[in-house]
Design a protein around this ligand. Structure first.
Ligand SMILES: [Zn+2]
Length: 311
């Protein structure tokens, strides 16, 4: 009886903890990925339950230690996939040089006719260059807009073709997502992109291998105000400014996973507040290629892999 109660308690604790951990991530995932995660969780729960009843019950201390170690390793590996600053699976450019008093503005998921032109206007008014990680299907839909971003002097990066959760895709599909957008960017703006931001920032060893094979640097972020969460422009700006640090890569959105009708009114309204605040803190603005140009490890990568980084 005592054993039964303990087992039930044990299972519920794990379910509760995992539910809390995944709640935030769950919201942004598509249906298929959620099913995959639920199946993986179920396997993990069955595994841990069997582990408990078969191993721990018999070899108390040793079994428990082994179980905790296994859990920690699993969480460590999952952390590497999900978190923007983690470099467990490979090199990620998530921050510029910390000695440099500069930050980078990045806009994901565009271009969109509703938001991108307004953002370009504000950036032009302040004479600031930013970086746009575009979704291939949106570039194809709004070619002229992508050209405008490029000819205004902003950098353009690859953000996949259809914004899937890459870690739940097959390897061939991951490669297609990156290559298709690569080709579209070359066709539309006549330049080879070499910065790639995986959708949601999720990356696993296959994503790193493909990026390396296609000569891409994986870029994430260090300052994320979560502007997609329907918060006010003031709140977005406040979050960016209170966290701002030298070398920051700020993540904002001018689209919504390649959707046509993405409404980023609050992000657009927050932009002048962010720029004025950042300038008043004494920072300059740089594009990601500018930041990369000063980074030691990109030079190391170029040396090691013989990359040709375009200027
Ligand atoms: Zn995105």
């Amino acid at each position: 009886m005592k054993n039964l109660i303990f087992n039930i308690y044990f299972l519920f604790t794990i379910i509760l903890l995992l539910a809390i951990a995944f709640l935030e991530i769950f919201r942004i995932l598509d249906r298929r990925t959620r099913i995959v995660i639920v199946i993986l969780l179920a396997i993990f729960l069955i595994f841990s339950y069997l582990f408990f009843t078969l191993v721990i019950a018999r070899f108390m201390v040793f079994g428990l230690a082994l179980f905790i170690a296994t859990c920690l390793i699993i969480f460590y590996l999952v952390y590497g996939i999900l978190f923007s600053k983690s470099e467990i699976w490979g090199k990620v450019f998530w921050h510029g040089e910390s000695e440099e008093w500069a930050v980078a503005l990045t806009f994901d998921d565009g271009p969109t006719p509703r938001n991108t032109p307004q953002i370009l206007e504000i950036l032009e008014k302040f004479n600031i260059k930013a970086t746009f990680f575009m979704v291939g299907k949106s570039i194809r839909r709004y070619r002229e807009l992508a050209r405008q971003v490029d000819s205004a002097g902003h950098a353009i990066g690859n953000h996949s073709f259809s914004h899937p959760v890459l870690v739940s895709e097959r390897k061939g599909q991951i490669r297609r997502e990156v290559m298709l957008t690569d080709r579209i960017i070359r066709q539309v703006i006549g330049k080879r992109p070499y910065i790639f931001r995986p959708p949601h920032g999720f990356k696993d060893p296959r994503v790193f291998n493909i990026a390396r094979e296609l000569q891409y640097v994986i870029v994430s972020w260090s300052n994320m105000p979560e502007d997609w969460k329907e918060i006010s422009a003031e709140k977005i700006a406040e979050r960016v400014l209170e966290r701002a640090e030298p070398g920051d890569i700020i993540l904002l959105h001018d689209g919504d996973r390649g959707e046509r009708e993405a409404d980023r009114t609050e992000t657009v309204k927050s932009l002048p507040l962010i720029i004025e605040g950042i300038l008043s803190q004494g920072y300059a603005f740089k594009t990601i290629p500018e930041m990369l140009g000063e980074s030691e490890w990109i030079l190391e990568m170029i040396r090691r892999w013989g990359w040709q980084i375009p200027h």
